[in-house]
Design a protein. Structure first.
Length: 239
């Protein structure tokens, strides 16, 4: 598989990283303290934020930032774990024969964040939510291709994840505890990606795919490889 696109805009949030200048500095450093406070949210209404998981708050905030005065033709949300924190809370309540919170139940589905963005932004845009293990971001890009093949179309792609509950951490290794990164994609040849056989020559292997890509993008890395599930992905930037 081989495909290309261009990036019109991007935005991201994570502990200690609240604006593009912060992310530019992050891309130049070898280390970052991921235990820093979560950034303050400026666009998300407080009453809505109170009901949402932390990862959903960041993802919706990123979406609101990117679609402000900018319409898109499709919004794609990718997340390896989705509302796992809320799901674990529900399972814990069931195991203790406790009542389940109606809010937790209603907001536990994988497309919670996608739906909340369109409601809060008051935009009727097609949305989809995907999960493909550690390959979720790359599969989101593939989902965007049919729209990007058309002229003058824009796709909002947001990849996010939250803190893994303690019982799952023996099986799931998490270097970045919580993050949301979004891109507005258009047709073009600014970046090219092709699938390749598995290799050990990996760029920023500890990061989720979307953040590894952002790191390379901000550094204007000419060529790099991001790992996938069954295959790896070789990227070339023409910036």
């Amino acid at each position: 598989m081989n495909f290309s696109f261009s990036i019109k805009n991007w935005f991201a949030l994570s502990p200690g990283l609240s604006n593009k200048d912060d992310w530019a500095m992050w891309s130049q450093k070898l280390e970052h303290d991921w235990d820093l406070p979560i950034p303050k949210l400026n666009k998300l209404p407080m009453m809505q934020a109170r009901r949402m998981s932390t990862s959903s708050r960041l993802a919706v905030e990123v979406g609101l930032e990117l679609i402000n005065n900018n319409s898109v033709d499709l919004a794609i949300f990718t997340s390896r774990h989705g509302e796992l924190e809320r799901t674990y809370k529900i399972l814990s309540a069931l195991s203790q024969n406790s009542e389940i919170s109606p809010t937790d139940f209603a907001l536990s589905v994988h497309n919670t964040t996608a739906g909340l963005l369109t409601i809060i932004a008051n935009q009727t845009v097609p949305i989809t939510s995907l999960s493909a293990h550690s390959d979720s971001f790359q599969q989101g890009l593939i989902e965007a291709l049919p729209i990007l093949c058309q002229k003058n179309k824009k796709v909002l792609l947001i990849d996010f994840d939250g803190v893994i509950p303690e019982p799952y951490r023996t099986d799931v290794k998490q270097f970045v505890p919580i993050y949301a990164v979004g891109y507005i994609l258009t047709s073009g040849n600014e970046v090219n990606c092709q699938s390749i056989e598995k290799t050990s020559n990996i760029y920023q292997a500890d990061y989720p795919q979307s953040l590894a890509f952002l790191h390379a993008y901000l550094n204007k890395q000419r060529k790099f490889i991001i790992p996938g599930n069954a295959q790896d992905w070789q990227w070339t930037l023409n910036l």
